[in-house]
Design a protein around this ligand. Structure first.
Ligand code: NAD
Ligand code: DAU
Length: 358
C-alpha cells in the first residue's frame, strides 16, 4: 500500500515544480501538498491555475533562505517529505548576476536541510519513510567532448556559477545524509522542455521570437549538444525516485536524446511553418536564425547514462523528442495569454541586456 505523505514542494510555481505539483495532485490526491515558493520572476501562480487550496493543497509564499519562515512551516505542518525544486535556474543569469544563485541554491538548500534535520530528529518523524529529495542537474558534471556519458560516479566539475552553486548544494545534501542520517536523495537531470517553461530558455525563447518575427539567437556555432527530456517524463522519474529510490543515492535522469542546438532551433521553425504556414515574408522561419556571441564558458556537450534509474526503478522516457516538441509548440500556441503575462517589463529589460534591441 502507498504511504500517505505530507509533502513540502519548493519552487512549485516554476516550470518543473508546477508540472510536478500537477502530477502529484492527479496521481497521489490523498497526499497533502504544501508549495513553498518566493514567486521570483520565474515563479508564476498562473502555472497552477485550476489547483485550488484546500485540505490537499496549500500555497505559502516565502524565501527558502528565510530560516524563521521555513522552520515555522515545519512546526505548523507534519511534513515528512521534501521535494526541493526551488532554485535560480538560468545559466546566463548566473553569469551576469551570480549572487542570487549563491544565496538561493546554496544558502536556501542549507536552510531547508537544517529545518528538516531539526524537525525530523525532534519529532520522531525521521522514520523509515521520511524523504528529502533534492532536484539537481547534469551540469554539475561539467562538459563532455564528443565521447562519453555522465554516470552517477562521474566526478563533479561544474563550470558556471549556476552549476557550481548546484554542485555545492548537492555536496551539502550528501553531507546531511552521511553526518546526520537525513534520508536524502538527489536527481541529476538533463535539459527539460514542455509547458510552462519561462521564455528565457532556448525552446520557449525560440518559439516566442519566431511568433514575433524576431531573430532567433543561436550562441556560438550552434553545435553545442544537450540531451532533451520532456518535463512530464522528468516528473514521473522524480516520483519514482521519491517512492522507491535508495536514500543516500543519486539518480541520473536523461532523455537519451542528444541534439545540437541548431537542430533543435530548425525543428521548432519547421513545426511553426507547418502549423501556421509561412510568415508574411514568404520565407521559412529558419531565415530568422542568427548566430550570436557565444555564452561565456559555454559547456560543449551533456549526455546522460541513465542505467541506474532504468535498472533499479524501471523508469524510462515515454515521450520522444519529435512528439514532445510538437506538444510543446502546440501548448505555447494555445497559451499565448500565459506568454504575454510573463514577458513583462522585467523580461523586456532582461532581453535587452542579453540580446540588445527591443
Ligand atoms: P524555474 O526557474 O522555472 O523555477 C524556479 C522556481 O523556484 C520558481 O517558481 C521561483 O519562484 C522559485 N524560487 C526561486 N528562488 C526561490 C527562493 N529563494 N525561495 C523560494 N522559491 C524560489 O526552474 P526549473 O527550470 O523549473 O528548475 C527547477 C529545478 O530543477 C531547479 O533546481 C533546477 O536546477 C533543476 N533542473 C532544471 C532543469 C531544466 O531543464 N529546467 C534540468 C535539470 C534540473
Ligand atoms: O542540463 C540541465 C540544465 O538545462 C538545467 O540545469 C538548467 O536549469 C536549464 O536552464 C538548462 O540549462 P542550459 O543552459 O542547457 O539551457 P538553455 O535553454 O539556457 O540553453 C540550451 C542551449 O541553447 C545552451 O547550449 C545555450 C543555447 N542557447 C540558449 C539560449 C537561451 C542559445 O543558443 N541561444 C539562446 O538564446
Amino acid at each position: 500500500m502507498q504511504k500517505t505523505r505530507t509533502v513540502l514542494v519548493t519552487g512549485g510555481c516554476g516550470f518543473i515544480g508546477a508540472n510536478f505539483v500537477r502530477l502529484l495532485r492527479a496521481k497521489r490526491p490523498e497526499w497533502r501538498l504544501i508549495n513553498l515558493d518566493k514567486l521570483t520572476y520565474a515563479g508564476n501562480l498562473n502555472n497552477l491555475a485550476g489547483i485550488d487550496e484546500g485540505p490537499g493543497y496549500r500555497f505559502v509564499r516565502a524565501d527558502i533562505g528565510d530560516a524563521a519562515a521555513v522552520e515555522a512551516l515545519f512546526a505548523a505542518e507534519p511534513i515528512d517529505t521534501v521535494v526541493h525544486f526551488a532554485a535560480e535556474s538560468h545559466v546566463d543569469r548566473s553569469i551576469t548576476g551570480p549572487a542570487a544563485f549563491i544565496a538561493t541554491n546554496i544558502g536556501g538548500t542549507f536552510t531547508l536541510l537544517e529545518a528538516a534535520r531539526k524537525s525530523w530528529s525532534g519529532a520522531g518523524r525521521q522514520g523509515a519513510d521520511s524523504r528529502f529529495l533534492h532536484i539537481s542537474t547534469d551540469e554539475v558534471y561539467g562538459s563532455l567532448g564528443e565521447e562519453g556519458y555522465f554516470s552517477e560516479t562521474t566526478a563533479y566539475d561544474p563550470r558556471s556559477p549556476y552549476s557550481a552553486s548546484k554542485a555545492a548544494s548537492d555536496h551539502l545534501v550528501n553531507a546531511y545524509f552521511h553526518t546526520y542520517g537525513l534520508p536524502t536523495l538527489i536527481t541529476n537531470c538533463s535539459n527539460n522542455y514542455g509547458p510552462y517553461q519561462f521564455p528565457e530558455k532556448l525552446i520557449p525563447l525560440i518559439i516566442h521570437n519566431a511568433l514575433q518575427g524576431r531573430s532567433l539567437p543561436v550562441y556560438g556555432d550552434g553545435r553545442n549538444i544537450r540531451d532533451w527530456l520532456y518535463v512530464g517524463d522528468h516528473c514521473e522519474a522524480v516520483l519514482e525516485v521519491l517512492e522507491r529510490g535508495v536514500p543516500g543515492r543519486s539518480y541520473n535522469i536523461g532523455g537519451n536524446n542528444e541534439m545540437m542546438n541548431i537542430e533543435v532551433v530548425t525543428q521548432v521553425c519547421d513545426i511553426l511553418d507547418r502549423r501556421l504556414g509561412l510568415p508574411a515574408t514568404g520565407m521559412t522561419r529558419r531565415t530568422l536564425i542568427t548566430f550570436v556571441k557565444d555564452r561565456l564558458g559555454h559547456d560543449r556537450r551533456y549526455a546522460i547514462d541513465a542505467t541506474r534509474i532504468r535498472e533499479e526503478l524501471g523508469w524510462q522516457p515515454q515521450v520522444d523528442f519529435e512528439q514532445g516538441l510538437e506538444m510543446t509548440v502546440d501548448w505555447y500556441l494555445a497559451n499565448q495569454d500565459w506568454v504575454a503575462a510573463v514577458v513583462d517589463g522585467s523580461y523586456k529589460e532582461y532581453y535587452r541586456t542579453m540580446y540588445g534591441g527591443n
